[in-house]
Design a protein around this ligand. Structure first.
Ligand code: HXC
Length: 260
């Protein structure tokens, strides 16, 4: 899929950062099937591009995304959802190896909160609101909310959010460990860009393997995770960037990464 074919997102790249901006303002960036397909396709395309070292995902000032598209979903039956394996496509985004930074301004609700949680780092503006309000629609989170949220913030806060559907503000989201940083709304874009560019300026294999190792902590028992980390650490000694990074340190110069 090329840049011109996207209709619900804006895509650009600069300084090794691939940028995807949700762009359905009339629906507060609600995630319909087309948006899901476009966001996943653009993310997967950036992941395959050797010139891209980080991906920045954002929405508008009012909404990162107000959830899955309720109007589209409301007509579906169990048979429709089951046959299409509704939402499975998001797993392709979750498998992307390039680090993803989400810049959240405004509402990140339901599928919007779940999409942000598929990113590796969430940076929120002070006015951001997070929530899993599916209970108010007679359903439950379906894009990972019950699982990723619980792993991020623990049972007490996950149950609170999923069972009451209440919105939490950016300050609470940072306090409970859902987001990495909170910055004034007017500084969100610049801060998120700076973070993404910083990550993109590192050795790509090291950054990818660092992401893989941290992500493994959510999948593996501790002993297996520690062994996985050690083996990845060992394997990085086969890269040109390991030799370069350590030589640069010893010779008091900046490293020039080959990303291999
Ligand atoms: C479709 C949506 C939408 C959504 C907003 N809109 N959220 N359309 N799906 N998730 C549309 C509205 O219908 C409206 O369209 C326009 O966007 C502006 O929204 P308003 O409600 O008028 O704005 P406001 O009063 O400022 O309220 C903002 C809001 C509210 C608090 C975010 O829109 C809201 O509560 N939205 C739903 C949030 C939610 O329940 N998300 C979870 C979805 S379920 P019109 O045409 O009227 O102007 C989900 C499930 C995940 O994500 C997987 C498991 C099933």
């Amino acid at each position: 899929m090329t840049e011109q074919t996207y209709t619900t997102i804006k895509v650009s790249s600069a300084k090794r950062v691939g940028r995807i901006q949700l762009n359905r303002p009339a629906a507060l960036n609600a995630l319909n099937a087309e948006t899901m397909e476009e966001v996943v396709a653009a993310t997967v395309a950036f992941d395959a591009d050797p010139q891209i070292g980080a991906i920045l995902l954002s929405g508008s000032q009012k909404a990162f995304a107000a959830g899955a598209d309720i109007k589209e979903m409301s007509e579906q039956s169990f048979a429709d959802m089951y046959a299409a394996d509704w939402f499975r496509r998001w797993e392709d985004l979750a498998r992307v190896r390039t680090p993803i930074v989400a810049a959240v301004s405004g509402y990140a609700l339901g599928g919007g909160c779940e999409l942000a949680m598929m990113a590796d780092i969430i940076i929120a503006g002070t006015g951001a609101k997070f929530g899993q309000p599916e209970i108010n629609l007679g359903v439950i989170p379906g894009m990972g909310g019950s699982q990723r949220l619980t792993r991020s913030v623990g049972k007490a806060k996950a149950m609170d959010m999923v069972l009451t559907g209440r919105h939490i503000d950016a300050e609470e989201a940072e306090r409970i460990g859902l987001v990495s940083r909170v910055v004034p709304d007017g500084e969100l874009d610049a801060e998120a860009k700076t973070v993404a560019e910083l990550i993109a300026s590192k050795s790509k294999p090291a950054a990818q393997m660092a992401k893989e190792a941290v992500a493994a902590a959510f999948e593996m028992p501790l002993a297996s995770g520690l062994q996985f980390e050690r083996r990845i650490f060992h394997s990085l000694f086969s890269t040109e960037d390991q030799s370069e990074g350590m030589d640069a340190f010893a010779n008091k110069r900046k490293p020039t990464w080959q990303h291999r």
